[in-house]
Design a protein around this ligand. Structure first.
Ligand SMILES: [Ca+2]
Ligand SMILES: [Ca+2]
Length: 336
């Protein structure tokens, strides 16, 4: 019984071979089609890169294809945010569906009139992202391919090799200088990020400083600006800004010290006490809002308010080349 079955199978197989060759028994079978990947040799870690799919089909019009790209998904991944789910049809391509399943990117498509014959036909562009350093093989597996007559088309898939170059490893954010001192009347200082290829962000900082830009990478010059309105006269504050290395979760620190060292009576902060300071204080008192006026330096009699008395005391200082609070108060009390 087993022989009979085997015989029947042989007849069917032979019959199929004979039948398939019957229409034109003298013609050569069509040349093998090839589906291949144009893979960049080297890409940088963290970068996006395309891979083009080409088809060589010298004899046949291809009209349907189902293939998969296989790769090490710990090194690269499909960037499904680009194109149509990580794919884009080439001028000689057609895509009906695409799906990523970890290390396998499957693509299928059909076209009623087909494309080809020809070689170097650009079927599609696939978009990937390099995750980390390493060299991997990429395989292209053709599962099904058919010509425009819906006859199976013998095809091989050819992949290749790609090397992802790793970025330098650096745990913390390195700054130069690592500490800065800012003194009134200036309010800014700078530091430069010297090593942070993955980019930095600011984890925390004192509320009296702002940093610009708040994120960046190697080579970024950061300007630190002090808000003097949060200081009392002659107060010194210090604190640390903590930077986070986005790639390695390493930290970096910048120590900032700031002193609001104002001179009592020097209301414009130019380093000397003169009649201009008296004038500005008088203007402030009558509501003229003079520019560069430092209220913390103007209440020279420390009574909690800025009045014309403070302006007079500053003028007195200028004339007497020193404070003479008692004498001035005597004069004022006589007038009142
Ligand atoms: Ca002054
Ligand atoms: Ca006062």
């Amino acid at each position: 019984m087993r022989k009979v079955i085997l015989f029947c199978i042989m007849v069917i197989i032979l019959g199929g071979v004979v039948f398939s060759q019957t229409p034109n028994p003298t013609s050569a079978p069509p040349a093998l089609a090839e589906v291949w990947l144009d893979i960049p040799e080297t890409v940088a870690e963290g970068s996006d890169f395309p891979m083009k799919v080409f088809i060589d089909s010298p004899d046949s019009i291809y009209a349907a294809i189902n293939f998969a790209v296989l790769f090490d998904d710990s090194i690269i991944e499909v960037d499904t945010s680009q194109g149509l789910y990580g794919t884009e049809e080439g001028p000689d391509g057609f895509i009906a569906a695409a799906n990523v399943d970890n290390d396998e990117f499957r693509i299928a498509g059909f076209d009623a009139v087909g494309r080809g014959p020809g070689i170097n036909l650009h079927f599609a562009t696939l978009y990937f992202r390099a995750l980390r350093g390493g060299t991997i093989n990429i395989e292209l597996r053709v599962d099904d391919m058919a010509d425009v007559n819906a006859e199976p088309l013998n095809a091989i898939g050819t992949g290749g090799t790609i090397t992802v170059s790793a970025l330098p490893q650096e745990p913390p954010v390195i700054l130069s200088p690592k500490s800065i001192t800012i003194e009134f009347p200036g309010n800014t200082g700078t530091t430069t990020v010297t090593e942070c290829y993955y980019g930095y962000s600011i984890l925390n900082k004192p509320d009296w400083v702002t940093l610009s830009p708040p994120s960046g990478g190697s080579g970024t010059v950061i300007t630190i600006t002090v808000d003097w309105s949060q200081f009392e006269p002659n107060e010194t504050k210090s604190g640390s800004v903590t930077f986070l290395n986005s790639g390695t979760t390493g930290l970096g620190f910048l120590y900032v010290a700031a002193t609001y060292s104002i001179l009592r009576g020097d209301v414009n902060g130019d380093g000397s006490i003169d009649i201009i300071d008296a004038l500005l204080t008088a203007q402030y008192y009558v509501g003229l809002n003079p520019q560069n006026f430092i209220p913390g330096a103007a209440d020279v009699d420390s009574d909690g308010s800025i009045t014309i008395v403070d302006a007079l005391l500053i003028a007195q200082y200028y004339v007497n080349n020193g404070w003479d609070d008692g004498a001035l108060f005597t004069q004022i009390s006589r007038k009142t």
